[in-house]
Design a binder for this molecule. Structure first.
Ligand code: GLN
Length: 501
Protein backbone atom coordinates (compact mmCIF):
# COMPACT_ATOMS: atom_id res chain seq x y z
CA UNK A 1 0.00 0.00 0.00
CA UNK A 2 1.40 3.40 -0.99
CA UNK A 3 1.68 5.37 2.28
CA UNK A 4 0.54 8.57 0.54
CA UNK A 5 -3.05 7.36 0.27
CA UNK A 6 -3.30 7.08 4.05
CA UNK A 7 -2.30 10.67 4.69
CA UNK A 8 -4.75 13.42 5.38
CA UNK A 9 -5.06 16.67 3.45
CA UNK A 10 -3.25 18.83 6.02
CA UNK A 11 -0.35 16.41 6.14
CA UNK A 12 -0.12 16.17 2.36
CA UNK A 13 -0.10 19.98 2.11
CA UNK A 14 2.78 20.12 4.54
CA UNK A 15 4.73 17.47 2.62
CA UNK A 16 4.22 19.40 -0.61
CA UNK A 17 5.23 22.69 1.02
CA UNK A 18 8.40 21.00 2.31
CA UNK A 19 9.18 19.73 -1.17
CA UNK A 20 9.02 16.10 -0.07
CA UNK A 21 6.31 15.06 -2.48
CA UNK A 22 4.60 16.52 -5.54
CA UNK A 23 0.91 16.85 -6.25
CA UNK A 24 1.46 14.63 -9.28
CA UNK A 25 2.79 11.83 -7.07
CA UNK A 26 -0.13 12.17 -4.68
CA UNK A 27 -2.67 12.31 -7.49
CA UNK A 28 -1.13 9.29 -9.19
CA UNK A 29 -1.21 7.36 -5.90
CA UNK A 30 -4.93 8.10 -5.58
CA UNK A 31 -5.63 7.15 -9.19
CA UNK A 32 -3.70 3.88 -8.73
CA UNK A 33 -5.68 3.13 -5.61
CA UNK A 34 -8.93 3.89 -7.44
CA UNK A 35 -7.91 1.46 -10.19
CA UNK A 36 -7.14 -1.15 -7.54
CA UNK A 37 -10.29 -1.01 -5.40
CA UNK A 38 -13.11 0.37 -7.56
CA UNK A 39 -14.29 -3.03 -8.76
CA UNK A 40 -15.15 -3.85 -5.14
CA UNK A 41 -16.19 -0.44 -3.77
CA UNK A 42 -17.75 1.38 -6.77
CA UNK A 43 -17.51 4.80 -5.15
CA UNK A 44 -16.98 6.66 -8.42
CA UNK A 45 -19.23 7.16 -11.40
CA UNK A 46 -16.55 8.93 -13.37
CA UNK A 47 -12.79 9.21 -12.87
CA UNK A 48 -11.29 12.32 -14.40
CA UNK A 49 -7.67 11.13 -14.51
CA UNK A 50 -6.42 13.31 -17.31
CA UNK A 51 -7.62 16.62 -15.94
CA UNK A 52 -6.63 15.62 -12.41
CA UNK A 53 -3.04 14.99 -13.48
CA UNK A 54 -2.98 18.19 -15.53
CA UNK A 55 -4.16 20.23 -12.54
CA UNK A 56 -1.57 18.50 -10.33
CA UNK A 57 1.15 19.34 -12.80
CA UNK A 58 -0.01 22.98 -12.92
CA UNK A 59 0.14 23.23 -9.13
CA UNK A 60 3.58 21.62 -9.00
CA UNK A 61 4.85 24.13 -11.54
CA UNK A 62 3.36 27.05 -9.65
CA UNK A 63 4.96 25.82 -6.45
CA UNK A 64 8.31 25.38 -8.17
CA UNK A 65 8.00 28.94 -9.49
CA UNK A 66 7.57 30.15 -5.92
CA UNK A 67 3.96 31.24 -6.34
CA UNK A 68 1.88 31.64 -3.18
CA UNK A 69 -0.58 28.73 -3.02
CA UNK A 70 -3.63 28.06 -0.85
CA UNK A 71 -3.33 25.50 1.96
CA UNK A 72 -5.07 22.74 0.00
CA UNK A 73 -3.41 23.37 -3.37
CA UNK A 74 -2.45 20.09 -5.00
CA UNK A 75 -4.60 17.96 -2.67
CA UNK A 76 -7.02 15.55 -4.37
CA UNK A 77 -10.76 15.73 -3.77
CA UNK A 78 -13.74 13.66 -4.96
CA UNK A 79 -16.89 15.48 -6.01
CA UNK A 80 -20.40 14.11 -5.53
CA UNK A 81 -21.98 13.66 -8.93
CA UNK A 82 -24.68 16.19 -8.14
CA UNK A 83 -22.29 19.13 -8.60
CA UNK A 84 -21.80 20.54 -12.07
CA UNK A 85 -18.24 20.17 -13.32
CA UNK A 86 -17.81 21.57 -16.82
CA UNK A 87 -16.71 18.93 -19.26
CA UNK A 88 -17.40 15.95 -16.98
CA UNK A 89 -20.56 13.86 -16.92
CA UNK A 90 -22.88 15.03 -14.14
CA UNK A 91 -25.54 12.35 -13.83
CA UNK A 92 -26.89 12.81 -10.32
CA UNK A 93 -27.16 9.03 -10.30
CA UNK A 94 -30.02 9.21 -12.81
CA UNK A 95 -30.53 7.82 -16.29
CA UNK A 96 -32.30 11.02 -17.23
CA UNK A 97 -29.00 12.92 -16.95
CA UNK A 98 -26.76 10.15 -18.19
CA UNK A 99 -25.63 12.04 -21.26
CA UNK A 100 -25.45 15.44 -19.67
CA UNK A 101 -22.15 17.26 -19.59
CA UNK A 102 -22.61 20.65 -17.97
CA UNK A 103 -21.12 23.66 -19.73
CA UNK A 104 -20.41 25.41 -16.40
CA UNK A 105 -19.03 24.79 -12.93
CA UNK A 106 -20.95 24.81 -9.68
CA UNK A 107 -19.63 27.47 -7.31
CA UNK A 108 -18.29 24.70 -5.06
CA UNK A 109 -16.48 23.13 -8.03
CA UNK A 110 -15.07 26.48 -9.09
CA UNK A 111 -13.82 27.23 -5.59
CA UNK A 112 -12.09 23.87 -5.40
CA UNK A 113 -10.33 24.54 -8.70
CA UNK A 114 -9.46 28.12 -7.77
CA UNK A 115 -7.92 26.89 -4.51
CA UNK A 116 -5.78 24.48 -6.52
CA UNK A 117 -7.45 21.25 -5.44
CA UNK A 118 -7.27 18.31 -7.80
CA UNK A 119 -10.68 16.90 -8.70
CA UNK A 120 -10.29 13.13 -9.09
CA UNK A 121 -13.79 12.47 -10.36
CA UNK A 122 -17.46 12.24 -9.56
CA UNK A 123 -18.83 10.02 -6.80
CA UNK A 124 -21.90 7.80 -6.72
CA UNK A 125 -25.16 8.82 -5.04
CA UNK A 126 -28.78 7.82 -4.77
CA UNK A 127 -30.69 9.18 -7.75
CA UNK A 128 -31.05 12.95 -7.31
CA UNK A 129 -29.73 12.45 -3.77
CA UNK A 130 -32.89 10.61 -2.70
CA UNK A 131 -32.01 7.73 -0.45
CA UNK A 132 -29.90 6.52 2.45
CA UNK A 133 -27.89 3.69 0.89
CA UNK A 134 -26.82 4.65 -2.70
CA UNK A 135 -28.93 1.70 -3.82
CA UNK A 136 -31.17 4.14 -5.66
CA UNK A 137 -28.34 5.05 -8.02
CA UNK A 138 -29.23 4.11 -11.59
CA UNK A 139 -25.64 2.94 -11.98
CA UNK A 140 -25.55 0.39 -9.15
CA UNK A 141 -24.76 0.71 -5.45
CA UNK A 142 -21.53 1.65 -3.68
CA UNK A 143 -20.17 -0.80 -1.12
CA UNK A 144 -19.05 0.07 2.39
CA UNK A 145 -15.29 -0.56 2.73
CA UNK A 146 -15.81 -1.71 6.35
CA UNK A 147 -17.92 -4.59 5.04
CA UNK A 148 -18.56 -4.84 1.32
CA UNK A 149 -21.93 -6.53 1.93
CA UNK A 150 -23.19 -3.40 3.63
CA UNK A 151 -24.31 -0.01 2.34
CA UNK A 152 -22.13 3.09 2.75
CA UNK A 153 -25.18 5.19 3.60
CA UNK A 154 -26.68 7.74 1.26
CA UNK A 155 -27.23 9.68 -0.64
CA UNK A 156 -23.53 10.57 -0.56
CA UNK A 157 -22.34 7.00 -0.10
CA UNK A 158 -19.78 7.34 -2.89
CA UNK A 159 -18.07 10.32 -1.28
CA UNK A 160 -17.99 8.67 2.16
CA UNK A 161 -16.80 5.30 0.84
CA UNK A 162 -14.07 6.91 -1.28
CA UNK A 163 -12.50 8.27 1.93
CA UNK A 164 -12.31 4.94 3.76
CA UNK A 165 -11.33 3.09 0.59
CA UNK A 166 -8.34 5.50 0.70
CA UNK A 167 -9.09 6.66 -2.83
CA UNK A 168 -9.03 10.31 -1.80
CA UNK A 169 -8.25 12.33 1.33
CA UNK A 170 -11.17 14.72 0.77
CA UNK A 171 -14.66 14.62 -0.70
CA UNK A 172 -17.64 16.90 -1.24
CA UNK A 173 -21.20 16.03 -0.31
CA UNK A 174 -24.62 17.64 -0.21
CA UNK A 175 -27.06 17.27 2.64
CA UNK A 176 -30.83 17.66 2.28
CA UNK A 177 -31.95 15.35 5.07
CA UNK A 178 -28.69 13.77 6.16
CA UNK A 179 -26.84 12.82 2.97
CA UNK A 180 -23.49 14.04 4.27
CA UNK A 181 -23.87 13.06 7.94
CA UNK A 182 -25.53 9.64 7.66
CA UNK A 183 -22.93 8.24 5.20
CA UNK A 184 -20.20 9.76 7.40
CA UNK A 185 -21.64 8.01 10.45
CA UNK A 186 -21.87 4.57 8.87
CA UNK A 187 -18.38 4.77 7.30
CA UNK A 188 -16.56 6.21 10.32
CA UNK A 189 -15.73 9.47 8.55
CA UNK A 190 -16.46 13.13 9.21
CA UNK A 191 -19.25 14.90 7.40
CA UNK A 192 -20.38 18.47 7.94
CA UNK A 193 -23.58 20.17 6.85
CA UNK A 194 -22.85 23.89 7.10
CA UNK A 195 -25.50 26.37 8.17
CA UNK A 196 -28.08 26.67 5.39
CA UNK A 197 -26.81 29.49 3.18
CA UNK A 198 -23.26 28.98 4.42
CA UNK A 199 -22.16 27.31 1.19
CA UNK A 200 -23.45 27.98 -2.28
CA UNK A 201 -26.03 25.77 -3.98
CA UNK A 202 -25.29 27.27 -7.40
CA UNK A 203 -24.63 24.37 -9.75
CA UNK A 204 -25.68 21.72 -7.24
CA UNK A 205 -28.48 19.83 -8.98
CA UNK A 206 -31.48 20.80 -6.86
CA UNK A 207 -33.29 18.20 -4.81
CA UNK A 208 -35.19 20.28 -2.24
CA UNK A 209 -33.92 23.84 -2.43
CA UNK A 210 -34.91 25.00 1.05
CA UNK A 211 -32.96 22.09 2.56
CA UNK A 212 -30.00 21.31 0.25
CA UNK A 213 -26.56 22.31 1.49
CA UNK A 214 -23.07 21.39 0.19
CA UNK A 215 -20.45 20.43 2.72
CA UNK A 216 -17.06 18.81 3.36
CA UNK A 217 -16.25 15.13 3.99
CA UNK A 218 -12.89 13.90 5.31
CA UNK A 219 -11.17 11.37 7.56
CA UNK A 220 -9.88 14.04 9.96
CA UNK A 221 -11.47 17.07 11.66
CA UNK A 222 -8.84 19.60 10.56
CA UNK A 223 -9.06 18.33 6.97
CA UNK A 224 -12.81 18.84 6.98
CA UNK A 225 -12.36 22.36 8.35
CA UNK A 226 -9.79 23.27 5.69
CA UNK A 227 -12.15 22.06 2.98
CA UNK A 228 -15.09 23.84 4.61
CA UNK A 229 -13.17 27.12 4.45
CA UNK A 230 -12.46 26.65 0.75
CA UNK A 231 -16.05 26.02 -0.33
CA UNK A 232 -18.03 28.19 2.11
CA UNK A 233 -18.98 31.82 2.00
CA UNK A 234 -21.27 34.21 0.22
CA UNK A 235 -22.03 33.69 -3.44
CA UNK A 236 -24.03 36.25 -5.44
CA UNK A 237 -25.21 33.40 -7.70
CA UNK A 238 -27.20 31.79 -4.86
CA UNK A 239 -29.93 34.05 -3.51
CA UNK A 240 -30.14 32.08 -0.27
CA UNK A 241 -26.43 32.31 0.42
CA UNK A 242 -25.57 34.33 3.52
CA UNK A 243 -23.51 37.48 3.20
CA UNK A 244 -21.56 37.04 6.43
CA UNK A 245 -18.03 35.95 7.27
CA UNK A 246 -17.44 32.18 7.36
CA UNK A 247 -17.03 31.12 11.01
CA UNK A 248 -13.40 30.35 11.82
CA UNK A 249 -13.73 26.60 11.47
CA UNK A 250 -10.01 25.99 11.00
CA UNK A 251 -9.09 27.66 14.25
CA UNK A 252 -11.87 25.75 16.03
CA UNK A 253 -10.53 22.46 14.65
CA UNK A 254 -7.32 23.11 16.57
CA UNK A 255 -9.08 23.62 19.89
CA UNK A 256 -9.48 20.52 21.99
CA UNK A 257 -10.34 21.94 25.39
CA UNK A 258 -14.07 22.09 25.94
CA UNK A 259 -13.95 23.91 29.28
CA UNK A 260 -17.11 25.92 29.69
CA UNK A 261 -18.86 24.55 26.61
CA UNK A 262 -22.47 23.64 27.37
CA UNK A 263 -23.58 20.50 25.54
CA UNK A 264 -27.19 19.34 25.50
CA UNK A 265 -28.06 15.71 24.84
CA UNK A 266 -31.32 15.66 22.88
CA UNK A 267 -33.79 13.64 24.91
CA UNK A 268 -35.96 12.69 21.93
CA UNK A 269 -33.14 11.19 19.81
CA UNK A 270 -32.25 7.78 21.20
CA UNK A 271 -33.84 4.93 23.13
CA UNK A 272 -36.42 2.72 21.48
CA UNK A 273 -35.56 1.79 17.90
CA UNK A 274 -31.87 2.61 18.34
CA UNK A 275 -29.27 -0.14 18.14
CA UNK A 276 -27.71 -1.04 21.48
CA UNK A 277 -24.20 -0.76 20.01
CA UNK A 278 -24.93 2.78 18.79
CA UNK A 279 -26.27 3.83 22.19
CA UNK A 280 -23.29 2.30 23.96
CA UNK A 281 -20.69 4.16 21.89
CA UNK A 282 -22.72 7.37 22.12
CA UNK A 283 -22.89 7.17 25.92
CA UNK A 284 -19.16 6.53 26.13
CA UNK A 285 -18.50 9.54 23.90
CA UNK A 286 -20.63 11.70 26.21
CA UNK A 287 -18.25 10.69 28.99
CA UNK A 288 -15.26 11.74 26.88
CA UNK A 289 -16.81 15.15 26.19
CA UNK A 290 -17.37 15.62 29.90
CA UNK A 291 -13.76 14.63 30.59
CA UNK A 292 -12.66 17.24 28.02
CA UNK A 293 -14.30 19.91 30.17
CA UNK A 294 -17.79 20.26 28.71
CA UNK A 295 -20.91 20.67 30.84
CA UNK A 296 -23.44 18.05 29.81
CA UNK A 297 -27.18 18.23 30.38
CA UNK A 298 -30.28 16.70 28.88
CA UNK A 299 -32.39 18.98 26.67
CA UNK A 300 -35.86 18.28 25.35
CA UNK A 301 -36.80 19.16 21.78
CA UNK A 302 -40.42 18.05 21.91
CA UNK A 303 -41.21 18.44 18.22
CA UNK A 304 -38.26 16.47 16.83
CA UNK A 305 -40.33 13.26 16.58
CA UNK A 306 -42.49 15.10 14.01
CA UNK A 307 -39.52 16.07 11.84
CA UNK A 308 -39.45 12.96 9.66
CA UNK A 309 -43.14 13.35 8.78
CA UNK A 310 -42.79 17.04 7.99
CA UNK A 311 -39.67 16.38 5.89
CA UNK A 312 -41.48 13.75 3.82
CA UNK A 313 -44.05 16.38 2.85
CA UNK A 314 -41.85 19.44 2.37
CA UNK A 315 -38.99 17.63 0.60
CA UNK A 316 -41.15 15.79 -1.99
CA UNK A 317 -43.12 18.97 -2.63
CA UNK A 318 -39.89 20.73 -3.59
CA UNK A 319 -38.65 17.63 -5.44
CA UNK A 320 -41.78 17.49 -7.57
CA UNK A 321 -41.23 21.08 -8.57
CA UNK A 322 -37.45 20.86 -9.10
CA UNK A 323 -37.62 17.66 -11.13
CA UNK A 324 -40.19 19.15 -13.48
CA UNK A 325 -37.33 20.72 -15.43
CA UNK A 326 -36.21 17.31 -16.68
CA UNK A 327 -38.50 17.37 -19.65
CA UNK A 328 -36.15 15.70 -22.16
CA UNK A 329 -36.49 18.75 -24.36
CA UNK A 330 -33.83 21.16 -23.23
CA UNK A 331 -31.22 18.62 -22.12
CA UNK A 332 -30.87 15.11 -20.77
CA UNK A 333 -31.87 11.73 -22.04
CA UNK A 334 -34.67 11.56 -24.59
CA UNK A 335 -36.59 8.51 -25.79
CA UNK A 336 -39.05 8.22 -28.67
CA UNK A 337 -37.48 11.14 -30.45
CA UNK A 338 -38.16 9.79 -33.92
CA UNK A 339 -40.25 12.68 -35.19
CA UNK A 340 -43.47 10.66 -35.05
CA UNK A 341 -44.31 11.45 -31.42
CA UNK A 342 -45.67 14.63 -29.90
CA UNK A 343 -43.60 16.66 -27.45
CA UNK A 344 -45.89 15.45 -24.68
CA UNK A 345 -45.39 11.80 -25.64
CA UNK A 346 -41.63 12.25 -25.74
CA UNK A 347 -41.69 13.90 -22.33
CA UNK A 348 -43.88 11.24 -20.81
CA UNK A 349 -41.81 8.36 -22.18
CA UNK A 350 -38.52 10.02 -21.31
CA UNK A 351 -39.54 10.78 -17.75
CA UNK A 352 -41.04 7.32 -17.37
CA UNK A 353 -37.83 5.65 -18.51
CA UNK A 354 -35.39 8.19 -17.09
CA UNK A 355 -36.51 8.37 -13.45
CA UNK A 356 -36.21 5.47 -11.02
CA UNK A 357 -38.91 4.34 -8.60
CA UNK A 358 -37.87 6.51 -5.66
CA UNK A 359 -37.80 9.67 -7.77
CA UNK A 360 -41.24 8.84 -9.13
CA UNK A 361 -42.57 8.06 -5.67
CA UNK A 362 -41.49 11.47 -4.42
CA UNK A 363 -42.72 13.35 -7.48
CA UNK A 364 -46.14 11.77 -6.97
CA UNK A 365 -46.13 12.38 -3.20
CA UNK A 366 -45.06 15.98 -3.64
CA UNK A 367 -47.54 16.72 -6.39
CA UNK A 368 -50.28 15.35 -4.15
CA UNK A 369 -49.13 17.35 -1.11
CA UNK A 370 -49.17 20.54 -3.16
CA UNK A 371 -52.45 19.94 -4.96
CA UNK A 372 -55.27 22.38 -4.33
CA UNK A 373 -57.56 21.04 -1.65
CA UNK A 374 -54.71 19.19 0.07
CA UNK A 375 -52.14 21.96 0.17
CA UNK A 376 -53.14 23.31 3.59
CA UNK A 377 -53.61 19.87 5.12
CA UNK A 378 -50.24 18.51 4.00
CA UNK A 379 -47.71 21.06 2.80
CA UNK A 380 -49.12 23.83 4.99
CA UNK A 381 -49.20 21.69 8.15
CA UNK A 382 -45.68 20.46 7.51
CA UNK A 383 -44.45 24.03 7.28
CA UNK A 384 -46.04 24.74 10.67
CA UNK A 385 -44.20 21.76 12.13
CA UNK A 386 -41.03 23.14 10.59
CA UNK A 387 -41.56 26.36 12.55
CA UNK A 388 -42.07 24.39 15.76
CA UNK A 389 -38.76 22.60 15.17
CA UNK A 390 -36.98 25.92 14.56
CA UNK A 391 -38.45 27.08 17.88
CA UNK A 392 -37.26 23.90 19.63
CA UNK A 393 -33.73 24.62 18.46
CA UNK A 394 -33.94 28.29 19.43
CA UNK A 395 -35.11 27.40 22.94
CA UNK A 396 -32.43 24.73 23.30
CA UNK A 397 -29.67 27.09 22.16
CA UNK A 398 -30.64 29.53 24.89
CA UNK A 399 -29.58 26.89 27.41
CA UNK A 400 -26.70 25.14 25.65
CA UNK A 401 -24.03 25.96 23.05
CA UNK A 402 -24.45 22.77 21.02
CA UNK A 403 -26.74 19.77 20.97
CA UNK A 404 -25.66 16.17 20.45
CA UNK A 405 -27.33 12.88 19.53
CA UNK A 406 -26.44 9.64 17.81
CA UNK A 407 -26.04 10.47 14.11
CA UNK A 408 -28.06 7.44 13.01
CA UNK A 409 -30.30 4.96 14.81
CA UNK A 410 -28.31 1.95 13.52
CA UNK A 411 -24.99 1.14 11.90
CA UNK A 412 -24.72 0.37 8.17
CA UNK A 413 -27.32 -2.17 7.11
CA UNK A 414 -26.87 -4.94 4.56
CA UNK A 415 -27.29 -4.19 0.86
CA UNK A 416 -30.84 -5.04 -0.13
CA UNK A 417 -32.08 -5.18 3.45
CA UNK A 418 -34.23 -2.04 3.24
CA UNK A 419 -34.43 -1.66 -0.53
CA UNK A 420 -38.05 -2.81 -0.66
CA UNK A 421 -39.15 -0.89 2.41
CA UNK A 422 -39.09 2.89 1.86
CA UNK A 423 -40.20 3.68 5.41
CA UNK A 424 -37.37 1.65 6.96
CA UNK A 425 -34.98 3.46 4.63
CA UNK A 426 -36.37 6.88 5.60
CA UNK A 427 -35.76 6.17 9.29
CA UNK A 428 -32.00 6.24 8.71
CA UNK A 429 -32.32 10.05 8.80
CA UNK A 430 -34.35 10.34 11.98
CA UNK A 431 -31.60 12.25 13.78
CA UNK A 432 -30.27 14.36 10.92
CA UNK A 433 -33.47 15.81 9.46
CA UNK A 434 -34.29 18.38 12.20
CA UNK A 435 -31.18 20.41 11.32
CA UNK A 436 -32.15 20.54 7.64
CA UNK A 437 -35.62 21.76 8.50
CA UNK A 438 -34.24 24.43 10.84
CA UNK A 439 -31.19 25.29 8.73
CA UNK A 440 -28.66 25.14 11.55
CA UNK A 441 -25.17 23.63 11.25
CA UNK A 442 -24.62 19.95 12.05
CA UNK A 443 -21.98 17.27 11.65
CA UNK A 444 -21.21 13.62 12.31
CA UNK A 445 -17.98 12.47 13.94
CA UNK A 446 -16.85 8.85 14.41
CA UNK A 447 -17.00 7.51 17.98
CA UNK A 448 -15.92 3.91 17.50
CA UNK A 449 -17.17 0.58 16.26
CA UNK A 450 -20.35 -1.02 17.46
CA UNK A 451 -19.71 -4.01 19.71
CA UNK A 452 -22.67 -5.69 17.95
CA UNK A 453 -21.40 -5.79 14.37
CA UNK A 454 -18.00 -4.08 14.30
CA UNK A 455 -19.37 -1.25 12.14
CA UNK A 456 -18.68 2.47 12.72
CA UNK A 457 -20.90 4.64 14.91
CA UNK A 458 -21.30 8.41 14.50
CA UNK A 459 -22.11 11.14 16.96
CA UNK A 460 -24.04 14.14 15.68
CA UNK A 461 -23.27 17.67 16.85
CA UNK A 462 -25.75 20.45 16.08
CA UNK A 463 -24.87 24.15 16.43
CA UNK A 464 -26.87 27.37 16.00
CA UNK A 465 -26.92 29.01 12.55
CA UNK A 466 -23.51 30.53 11.69
CA UNK A 467 -21.85 28.82 14.65
CA UNK A 468 -20.36 26.07 12.46
CA UNK A 469 -17.05 26.54 14.28
CA UNK A 470 -18.54 24.94 17.40
CA UNK A 471 -19.03 21.68 15.50
CA UNK A 472 -15.32 21.53 14.82
CA UNK A 473 -14.40 22.36 18.38
CA UNK A 474 -16.41 19.40 19.67
CA UNK A 475 -15.14 17.21 16.81
CA UNK A 476 -11.52 18.05 17.56
CA UNK A 477 -11.92 17.22 21.25
CA UNK A 478 -13.58 13.92 20.41
CA UNK A 479 -10.95 13.07 17.83
CA UNK A 480 -8.15 13.66 20.31
CA UNK A 481 -9.79 11.67 23.10
CA UNK A 482 -10.56 8.74 20.81
CA UNK A 483 -7.14 8.71 19.15
CA UNK A 484 -5.66 8.16 22.58
CA UNK A 485 -8.10 5.34 23.26
CA UNK A 486 -7.57 3.63 19.88
CA UNK A 487 -3.86 4.58 19.64
CA UNK A 488 -4.53 6.19 16.26
CA UNK A 489 -7.44 7.13 14.02
CA UNK A 490 -10.41 4.77 13.77
CA UNK A 491 -9.74 4.04 10.09
CA UNK A 492 -6.33 2.58 10.95
CA UNK A 493 -8.34 -0.52 11.84
CA UNK A 494 -9.31 -0.81 8.16
CA UNK A 495 -5.65 -0.69 7.15
CA UNK A 496 -4.83 -3.43 9.66
CA UNK A 497 -7.65 -5.58 8.27
CA UNK A 498 -6.51 -5.05 4.68
CA UNK A 499 -2.92 -5.85 5.51
CA UNK A 500 -3.84 -9.03 7.33
CA UNK A 501 -5.77 -10.35 4.32
N1 GLN B 1 -31.94 10.11 2.95
C1 GLN B 1 -32.69 11.33 2.88
C2 GLN B 1 -33.65 11.26 1.74
O1 GLN B 1 -33.76 10.26 1.14
C3 GLN B 1 -31.76 12.49 2.74
C4 GLN B 1 -31.25 12.70 1.38
C5 GLN B 1 -30.29 13.85 1.28
O2 GLN B 1 -29.86 14.44 2.26
N2 GLN B 1 -30.00 14.22 0.06
O3 GLN B 1 -34.33 12.18 1.44
Amino acid sequence: MNELILKGAAELSQLMADGQVSSQEITQACLDRIAQVESAVAAFLHVDAERALAQAQRIDRQRAAGQALGPLAGVPVALKDSFAYAGAPTTCGSLILRDWIPPYNATVTQRLLDAGLVILGKTNLDEFAMGSSTENSAFGPTHNPWDLERVPGGSGGGSAASLVAFETPLAIGSDTGGSIRQPAAVTGTIGVKPTYGGSSRYGLVAMASSLDQPGPCARGVLDAALLHRVIAGWDPKDSTSIDAPVPDVVQAAGQTDLTGLRIGVVKELGGEGYAAGVERRFTEAVGLLEAAGAQLSEVSCPHFPLALGAYYLIMPSEVSSNLARFDAVRYGWRVNDDGRHSVEQVMRRSRGAGFGDEAKRRIILGTYALSSGYYDAYYGSAQKVRTLIIEDFAAAFERVDVLISPATPTTAFKLGERAGDPLAMYKADLCTIPSNLAGNAAASFPVGLSPEDGMPVGLQVMAPPLADDRLYRVGAALELALRQQWSGPLWAELVRREESR
